[in-house]
Design a protein around this ligand. Structure first.
Ligand code: ADP
Ligand code: MG
Length: 409
């Protein structure tokens, strides 16, 4: 059975006109001989009436810390609304369609509310639809835990739903339809001349996504990579083929997949970060303090980044949402750190940068020419990260994009 999984993001479903466009895409994929499985996100962005953030705010208006179970239930409503609307619009255009929520679609997860992991997919209901020539329209971002409770998959989770279903059905392609033409060398909202990448390897796009390129969820890429299913990021509003994400086949195999090695692939950014600094001179008991700090944070389930341990100080970052919690955890063990709020991380990403001298020098040059102080830096085989003040983030992304000449000429 030849299956295409097509996921549509919030802006692609925002109005009846947008949804007509979506109906047209689904119909034409069907005409090409595919069994189409549709996955939807919630309509719109914050402040739109049915957007996930709007629903969360409704609950938080009266209780800033609602129970995780109820929070997940209200968060999952947006996809139900958009899915039912789309299924209805398909049907009224003479295309048989049926809405399925996460549970009905067989998405089984662990019980980590708000950030659940898909454990497996039981595709029985989806297959029954396909066998009867009915298009299943599935609510993304939600599943069911073993105990029968509804769970949500975290930000960008609909991408993960699409990939997991793609893997379960051994699909030919996973299409991620969104409001941009593809994966670009930087966020086009910041860099106007960002360039679309025609093709990119799974690993590299995973790195871009982990470093903050919100265009596709890193977990979705991992799942597609594990099953070797090509994934395409493309626009609902144009015919362009977008970006093909696949295994790199350098110099071998299908030459259309051949990817020109570029030193730097893209620039990413992530804001809403707090930097925590523990001065050892300020601690009563200095021995084993690093272990104590990281162990307590781990027990509290707080993820840390940008770790830098030196004899005189320990520095690391947490997300703004976790800052209060991290502070409480540290205070409890008599540690009173300095906190720098409003930080951001920018990353220069490129699988080909490994071992190439001068990349860091170029990063420094771009930032210093623009009077942007670096609070901390780090690197791996494929990325160089700089921690900056939030107010410098956009300028830094533009400067790095220019310095590495990544844009359209
Ligand atoms: P959807 O609702 O369709 O899932 P998202 O908002 O999650 O859409 O993802 C699309 C957005 O990702 C774009 O509007 C763009 O601003 C942003 N984005 C960030 N980094 C990149 C990048 N490198 N390439 C393309 N888009 C990016
Ligand atoms: Mg998204």
């Amino acid at each position: 059975m030849k299956v295409a999984v097509q996921k549509f993001g919030g802006t692609s479903l925002a109005t009846a006109e947008c949804r007509s466009q979506v109906v047209e895409i689904i119909n034409s994929t069907k005409s090409d001989g595919f069994n189409v499985v549709v996955v939807v996100s919630a309509i719109g962005r914050e402040n739109d009436p049915y957007a996930t953030d709007t629903l969360i705010n409704l609950l938080k208006e009266v209780n800033p810390h609602p129970p995780a179970r109820e929070l997940d239930i209200i968060m999952s409503c947006g996809e139900v609304i958009s899915g039912v609307l789309l299924a209805n619009q398909l049907s009224s255009n003479g295309i048989a369609a049926k809405f399925l929520n996460g549970e009905q679609a067989g998405i089984l997860t662990d019980d980590n509310y708000g950030n659940a992991h898909i454990l497996y997919v039981n595709p029985q209901s989806i297959l029954t639809c396909l066998e009867n020539n009915i298009i299943p329209v599935i609510a993304g971002f939600q599943g069911m835990a073993n105990n029968g409770e509804l769970t949500t998959l975290g930000r960008g989770g609909s991408d993960t739903t699409a990939s997991a279903i793609g893997a379960a059905l051994n699909a030919e392609i996973i299409d991620i339809f969104t409001d941009v033409e593809g994966i670009m060398t930087a966020d086009p909202r910041i860099v106007k001349n960002a360039r679309i990448l025609d093709a990119i390897g799974y690993n590299e796009v995973c790195q871009l996504a982990r470093d903050g390129a919100k265009v596709v969820h890193p977990r979705a890429i991992e799942i597609a990579m594990q099953s070797g299913i090509p994934l395409r990021v493309r626009s609902t509003f144009s015919d362009s083929l977008g970006t093909l994400v696949t295994h790199l086949q350098q110099g071998r195999g299908n030459s259309s997949y051949l990817i020109k090695e570029q030193l730097i692939t893209g620039i990413t950014q992530m804001s809403n970060i707090s930097r925590i600094k523990v001065e050892l001179s300020s601690c009563e008991e200095k021995k084993g303090i690093d272990l104590k700090v990281f162990k307590s944070l781990a027990i509290a389930g707080i993820s840390v980044d940008f770790i830098n341990v030196q004899p005189e100080a320990i520095r690391f970052t947490v997300s703004v949402d976790n800052t209060e919690k991290a502070l409480a955890v540290l205070n409890k063990i008599n540690i009173y750190p300095d906190i720098e709020f409003n930080c951001a991380k920018v990353a220069v990403v490129g699988a080909a940068m490994t071992g190439v001298p001068g990349v860091m020098a170029k990063v420094m040059e771009a930032l210093s020419e623009n009077d942007i102080p670096i609070l901390q830096s780090g690197d791996s085989y494929t990325s160089i990260w700089c921690l900056l003040k939030d107010e410098h983030m956009e300028k830094a992304v533009k400067a790095l994009h220019d310095k590495f000449e990544l844009g359209n000429k």
